[in-house]
Design a protein around this ligand. Structure first.
Ligand code: ZN
Length: 251
């Protein structure tokens, strides 16, 4: 699996396009779509790296592009990831770098205004729940301006909230070498709805000193493969259907 996204400095794709000239010479009817992974840089407990969400969004984007290529004429490229997001709830844990919702929304708007000068359409592939408000704001404005921009999140059924079974399993599948297996400790396993009032006041630190919501000790690579496939399948379906709502979310 792809675990080398951080070395990415260009647009990798199966179309063999790497230069501006190649894009320039593409007939306007064959302009590619652009998939933009959007992650975060935030604490993920003692066992997962700060770039966990960015890794997941990028890995899903790569497989999504390949799957879409295989099933239709329209071609897709994957952009280098936006690796910073809105992670205010993780402030207080070293390593977290949050740019907040307004700055992220503005970044996404300017990104898409620029990219849509040559890309036929654009989808932000989101790997972090805290980014949703910015994605909604940005996509609503972009669509109002007449740009064909949308977003969709990496989601799976029965996921736990943060650095627990779900994310740890997915990382064991896509980047096993970065999971610190000797640091797996159960976090706060209470339902998110119960934790929200305290979290609104004091962030994740108020409910888990470890920064873990869920239980990573049950994670397996096998389950990660299943969850990852579910994330990819959901995104393939929604991107193929391409029915964004008013705020650009693909249904
Ligand atoms: Zn995460």
């Amino acid at each position: 699996m792809n675990s080398a996204y951080h070395r990415r400095v260009a647009f990798p794709n199966e179309l063999g396009i790497s230069t501006s000239r190649q894009l320039q010479n593409t007939p306007s009817t064959q302009r590619p779509g652009l998939i933009v992974p959007v992650g975060s840089t935030e604490q993920h407990g003692p066992h997962l790296p700060l770039d966990t969400d960015t890794r997941i969004a990028t890995a899903v984007s790569d497989v999504l592009a390949a799957r879409l290529q295989a099933c239709e004429d329209f071609s897709w490229m994957v952009a280098p990831a936006v690796a910073y997001g809105a992670s205010g709830e993780h402030e207080g844990f070293s390593g977290t770098i949050s740019i907040g919702t307004p700055a992220l929304a503005e970044l996404l708007v300017e990104f898409a205004r620029s990219a849509c000068r040559w890309a036929a359409r654009l989808v932000f592939l989101n790997g972090h729940g805290g980014n949703v408000a910015a994605l909604r704001d940005a996509a609503a404005l972009l669509r109002y301006e007449g740009r064909d921009a949308a977003w969709c999140s990496c989601v799976a059924r029965d996921s736990d909230a943060h650095a627990g079974h779900t994310e740890t399993s997915v990382l064991l599948h896509i980047s096993p070498e970065v999971v610190r297996q000797d640091e797996l400790v159960p976090g706060n396993r209470a339902p998110l709805t119960d934790l929200m009032p305290a979290m609104r006041r004091g962030g994740v630190a108020a409910v888990s000193s470890l920064g873990v919501l869920g239980d990573p000790t049950t994670a397996t690579a096998e389950d990660g493969g299943r969850i990852f496939a579910e994330m990819v399948d959901g995104c393939v379906e929604r991107v193929r259907r391409w029915t964004p709502d008013r705020e650009g979310m693909l249904r």
